[in-house]
Design a protein around this ligand. Structure first.
Ligand code: NAD
Length: 497
């Protein structure tokens, strides 16, 4: 019998009583890895009730104790780094190198959560009026919820619950039903690190379970990462229900290539950023914008891109893995066919790609389109596959207008030798994360993950100081104390607080 993925409720791993289950499939060979339940309403309620009960105690645990839990967790995650990456590779098909990156970028957020005290500190001002002082505290919200996508099953859950919990909240995680095995191991390690009962809970499921969490009277804040359509729904439903909501959503990221750029570095970066992880990254480059004569590099781009190839997770020569599921694979193939039908030139077509040793995998070879126009489906839709669309423009101003016209605003990059062009681009572009001679500019956790426009809904972004503000409420105190001799007590000579 396939592994039955447990729920984690009130400190116990428990089997769901639900008869509704989904298969967890290895996309490289269609092997059934496990079955994941769609949790019942009572189970979701029990997870929230446990988190609510734990909050009453956890919010009073000293910040240094909460931080120490994260330090222990961080050490365990590092110790189990390769094991986690191997589980993640099976679950998603990612190459081992890529899976290690997924785990590591999550660990970096836990490192930051271990230092939460500095970021939780409020503001103070003495003598706002005569003898009156004001100061503010950041207090936790209560039960926070995380809903995560398939494409970074370690990193994205780790964007959420460590920081929320370090801030004094408790948490219910609803990971992607497509690859729940990595989150399961992450939760097991959190228990091993000494997490008290109820502080973290995990339920599984899809739309129904998410909607229940959105409507639940005892949840306070919702962090979502996933597609734009689902994120729009979650933002509206969550805010209507009075929750604080942040949604990190879909993308279409452009790389602008100036003719003065270093050709070798640019083309290498472009191939890796477009087909790496089979294009299943919200920061993948899906559109290359050639400015002026840089369009002459197209043939060389095609040559280099044709050398990238998908393969098994433990094939050291593979550039990337399979598409996560059959429906996602069908969508990529549909869009490639539509691109050809709509008149784009398909210079490399990966639709029929086969990996001989794994004939049942969801493989798509590197796919390159030129002569793409902005009304085509391959430009408008997020393909989430190893497909790069190329557009030529004459000037940097035209490139900026093109990128700013695209509704998404997650990431972009410019490759150039000109500081002036880079400065103009970073200043005028309406995108929240900009790389200058860097193809995938994902900020480290001292900053926050700051997508804009259709790639984000909410006010405060993921991880970093913004997430500390998202997971806390500010309380401002204005205090007047009058000193009289009669109130003076004996001094306390102890150094204990
Ligand atoms: P998805 O939207 O299908 O699923 C994300 C989560 O939402 C899952 O947990 C899923 O169970 C849940 N869900 C699905 N349908 C739902 C519904 N109707 N109502 C409520 N919840 C629902 O996304 P995915 O395919 O797992 O992930 C890929 C998407 O995520 C891409 O669009 C990608 O750009 C985006 N993404 C964005 C970022 C970012 O930071 N902006 C990062 C990673 C991925």
């Amino acid at each position: 019998m396939a592994l039955q993925v447990p729920l984690f409720i009130n400190g116990e791993f428990v089997q769901s009583g639900s008869s509704n289950k989904l298969p967890v499939i290895n996309p490289a060979n269609q092997q059934l890895l496990a079955e994941v339940p769609l949790a019942t309403q009572d189970e979701v309620d029990a997870a929230v009730a446990s988190a609510k009960q734990a909050f009453a105690t956890w919010r009073n645990v000293p910040v240094s104790e909460r931080a120490r839990l994260m330090m222990r967790y961080c050490a365990l995650l590092k110790e189990h780094h390769d094991e986690l990456a191997e589980i993640l590779s099976q679950d998603t098909g990612k190459t081992f190198e890529d899976a290690k990156g997924d785990v590591w970028r999550g660990i970096e957020v836990v490192e930051q959560a271990s230092n939460v005290g500095s970021n939780l500190m409020g503001e103070t001002l003495e003598n706002v009026a005569s003898g009156i002082d004001s100061y503010s505290y950041s207090q936790p919200l209560g039960v926070c919820v995380g809903i995560t996508p398939f494409n970074f099953p370690a990193m994205i859950p780790l964007w959420m619950y460590p920081l929320a919990i370090a801030c004094g909240n408790t948490f219910v995680l609803k990971p992607s039903e497509q690859d729940p095995l990595t989150p399961l191991r992450l939760v097991e390690l959190f228990v091993e690190a000494g997490a008290p009962k109820g502080v973290l809970n995990m339920v599984h499921g899809g739309a129904d379970q998410v909607n229940q969490l959105l409507q639940h009277p005892d949840t306070q804040a919702i962090s979502f990462v996933g597609s734009s359509k689902v994120g729009d729904h979650i933002y509206r439903a969550g805010t209507d229900a009075g929750k604080r909501v942040q949604c990190m959503m879909g993308a279409k990221n452009h790389m602008v290539i100036m003719p003065d750029a270093d050709k070798n570095a640019t083309l290498n970066a472009l191939v890796g950023a477009s087909v790496g992880a089979a294009g299943q990254r919200c920061m993948a480059i899906s559109v290359a914008v050639f400015v002026g004569d840089s369009k002459l590099w197209l043939e060389e781009l095609k040559e280099r891109m044709s050398q990238a190839r998908p393969g098994a997770w433990d094939d050291a020569g593979a550039s990337y893995g399979p598409i996560i599921s059959k429906p996602a694979y069908d969508k990529v193939l549909r869009l490639i066919a539509q691109g050809k039908a709509e008149g784009a030139s398909c210079l490399l077509d990966g639709s029929d790609y086969q990996v001989p040793a794994l004939p049942d995998g969801n493989w798509v070879g590197p796919t390159l389109f030129s002569d793409v126009s902005t009304d085509m489906a391959i430009y408008q839709e997020e393909i989430f596959g190893p497909v790069l669309c190329c557009i030529n423009v004459d000037t940097l101003d035209e490139a900026i207008a093109l990128v700013n016209d695209c509704p998404y605003g997650n990431g972009t990059s410019i490759f150039t030798a000109s500081g002036g062009a880079a400065r103009k681009y970073q200043h005028e572009i309406q995108v929240g994360q900009v790389g200058i001679n860097i193809p995938i500019p994902v900020p480290l956790p001292f900053f926050s993950f700051t997508g804009w426009r259709a790639s984000f809904r909410g006010d405060l972004h993921a991880y970093g100081k913004q997430a500390v503000r998202f997971y806390t409420e500010t309380k401002t105190i204005t205090a007047k104390w009058t000193h009289t001799e009669s109130s003076t007590k004996q001094p306390n000579m102890s150094i204990n607080l």
